[in-house]
Design a protein around this ligand. Structure first.
Ligand code: SF4
Length: 314
């Protein structure tokens, strides 16, 4: 048992054939069968569809991978591009308070959606006066106003701990008397007076992110994001048939993917490098991209090149 617990570390499971792989719920197959298989959570960073960084995680939740991934990216390019990471574009799977705090601390502009970003833009959401987010807040006197006009005063503070150990501070607000309120059926279902829980720090981050994402630059990034990492994954999986690793163990699959990424980037460089009269003005951009790719290749020391026994991944 001690041996197994040592291999397990802080994971919930591991594969006997590849102890570095963790069981994860993968996409259902064509017969809609759930697929629980040993896997690695691969994260990639891209710029103009070039792979600029990648890493593997044993956690299937994306938001827990954000900090180590960004730190790895900075380490890879440290000394080469001091200003390379001044903004991050990512989907809502990475939009947590912990990650927003991290980006603020590191002066990174967060073009990172939060869960419900799209839902809150909808009319039905905006016009629903009962949603806690839509209640009027008096920041000077620290109270909310409910749809009946009652003040919801602060009753206390608490904390929440995430899976990564990050502690969020929350405040509780409660209406004074909801008894007999004609709007109660629309407002809430619980017993007693209505209580809401508010994370002011997260709300502050969300406000900034909302402004960024709806700005001209934000709209540009949002329109580009679906054709950045997604198309790299699409190209790799569908066009290049890279569905699974050919090795076992994190070191070997890192080598496996590094070779794929280098080949992928070189192919992209070749295709983008075809200068035609139409795209000749792109050559300056290309120079920067080529430099990024060369640093990516150079920083990838492959330690296991002597391994020749290929195995099918689990
Ligand atoms: S139920 Fe309570 S919180 Fe909701 S509208 Fe009525 S008085 Fe306000």
């Amino acid at each position: 048992y001690e041996k197994h617990l040592k291999i397990l570390g802080n994971r919930n499971s591991y594969s006997k054939t590849d102890p570095d792989a963790t069981f994860m719920r993968l996409k259902d197959d064509h017969m809609q069968n759930g697929q629980l298989k040993p896997a690695y959570n691969l994260q990639i960073g891209t710029e103009n569809q070039f792979i600029t960084h990648f890493d593997f995680f044993s956690n299937p939740t994306d938001f827990l991978t954000f900090k180590p991934f960004v730190n790895g990216f900075r380490e890879r390019f440290s000394g080469n591009f001091d200003t390379v990471l001044n903004s991050v574009v990512a989907d809502s799977g990475y939009g947590s308070e912990e990650n927003y705090d991290f980006m603020e601390l590191n002066e990174i502009e967060p073009f990172v959606k939060f869960p419900y970003f799209h839902k809150e833009q909808k009319k039905a959401f905006k016009n629903n006066a009962f949603i806690a987010q839509n209640l009027f807040y008096n920041s000077q006197k620290d109270y909310f106003v409910c749809p009946m006009g009652q003040h919801m005063e602060k009753t206390g503070e608490g904390s929440r701990k995430s899976d990564s150990g990050f502690i969020s501070k929350v405040s509780y607000y409660e209406a004074k008397n909801c008894k007999g309120c004609p709007l109660k059926g629309l407002c809430y279902n619980a017993k007693g007076n209505r209580r809401i829980e508010v994370n002011h720090n997260l709300n502050r981050h969300k406000e900034r992110v909302r402004q960024l994402l709806t700005s001209k630059e934000g709209l540009y990034h949002r329109s580009k994001r679906p054709i950045e990492p997604e198309s790299v994954f699409g190209q790799g999986k569908s066009n290049k048939q890279y569905y699974r690793f050919r090795h076992f163990g994190k070191d070997l699959i890192t080598m496996d993917f590094a070779i794929f990424a280098i080949a992928f980037n070189m192919g992209k460089m070749y295709n983008k490098g075809k200068i035609t009269p139409k795209n000749s003005q792109k050559s300056a951009d290309l120079l920067k991209i080529n430099l990024l790719v060369l640093i990516f290749i150079q920083n990838h020391t492959i330690n296991h090149a002597e391994t020749t026994n290929l195995k099918l991944a689990a």
